[in-house]
Design a protein around this ligand. Structure first.
Ligand code: ATP
Length: 234
C-alpha cells in the first residue's frame, strides 16, 4: 500500500484549472521526483498534498486515510511537511528561531532535533544566531529544509530546493537527501533539473500542463521518453 497517494486530483485557481486528474503514489522509504517545465503544475501538486490548496477528501490519502479536505496544519501534524518553493523564512528571526518554528504542532518525537539538524548542516550551527537575511541562498535553503525536518515528518515534500543556487551549493544540499532518507522520511522532490532528479529518485513522474505524462524508474526511462513527456511529442 502506498504511504501517500493522489487519485484523480484536480486543482483550480479561480476559473483556471491547473491539475487535471493527477494520480501519483509514494511508498514507504521511497524518494519520488516530480519533473516538468515551468507551469506544469508541480508546485500546485505539492500545495494540494500539503493542504495549502483544499481538495475532495478522497483525492489525497495518507497512511490509508483521506486527507484531501484537511487544512495544512492538520496535515502537518500528521507527519507531512513541506519545504516550500522560495524558502519562506522569517527574515527577522535567527536561524535557530526559524528552525524551532518547525516544532510547532509537532506531535511526535523522533530523530530530528536542533542537534541533528546542525549535524546535517554544520554551517547552520555556526550561524545559529544570525538573522535569516544574513544567510546565502544555499544556507537559507538549508534552514528551510531543517525547519521542515524539525517536525519529524514521515513525508517530506521539497519544492525546487535547487532553484537559483550555484551547482556547488546544489551538490551540498542534495548530499543531505540520503541522510534524511536514512533517518526514515519518504520524500517527494520537485526538480526542474532532470539529471539531479534522476540521481536522487527511486521513481520519477513527469508532468506537463497539469497532467502526469510519464512515470517510471530512472533506469527504465529513456532521454527521448523524458523529452517528449516534458515538452510534448514533436
Ligand atoms: P514552476 O516551475 O514555474 O514553479 P510548476 O510546475 O510548479 O511551475 P505551478 O506553479 O503549479 O507550476 O503552476 C501551474 C499553473 O497554474 C501555471 O499555469 C500557473 O500560471 C498557474 N498558477 C499557479 N499559481 C497560480 C495562482 N496563484 N493564481 C493563478 N494561477 C496560478
Amino acid at each position: 500500500m502506498a504511504l501517500l497517494q493522489t487519485e484523480g486530483l484536480v486543482a483550480h485557481y479561480g476559473d483556471f484549472q491547473a491539475l487535471f486528474g493527477v494520480d501519483i503514489e509514494l511508498r514507504e522509504a521511497e524518494t519520488v521526483a516530480i519533473i516538468g517545465a515551468n507551469g506544469a503544475g508541480k508546485t500546485t501538486l505539492m500545495r494540494s498534498i500539503a493542504g495549502v490548496l483544499r481538495n475532495e477528501a478522497a483525492s489525497v490519502s495518507f497512511d490509508g486515510a483521506p486527507i484531501g479536505a484537511q487544512a495544512a496544519d492538520e496535515i502537518m501534524a500528521q507527519g507531512v511537511a513541506m519545504v516550500p518553493e522560495g524558502r519562506k523564512l522569517f527574515p527577522s528571526l535567527s536561524v535557530e528561531e526559524n528552525l524551532l518554528i518547525g516544532t510547532y504542532g509537532r506531535k511526535t518525537e523522533g530523530h530530528w532535533t536542533l542537534k541533528t539538524v546542525y549535524e546535517l548542516f554544520p554551517i547552520l550551527a555556526e550561524r545559529r544566531h544570525n538573522p535569516g537575511t544574513a544567510l546565502s541562498g544555499g544556507q537559507q535553503q538549508m534552514v528551510a529544509i531543517g525547519r521542515a525536518l524539525m517536525s519529524n515528518p514521515r513525508v517530506l515534500l521539497c519544492d525546487e530546493i535547487s532553484l537559483g543556487l550555484a551547482p556547488v551549493v546544489i551538490k551540498d544540499i542534495y548530499k543531505a537527501i540520503p541522510q534524511i532518507k536514512a533517518a526514515g522520511a519518504s520524500m517527494i522532490v520537485v526538480e526542474q533539473d532532470i539529471a539531479q532528479a534522476m540521481a536522487v529518485a527511486d521513481r520519477v513522474y513527469c508532468m506537463m500542463e497539469g497532467r502526469v505524462t510519464l512515470s517510471g524508474t530512472p533506469d527504465n526511462l529513456s532521454r527521448d521518453d523524458i523529452h517528449n513527456a516534458y515538452f510534448g511529442a514533436s
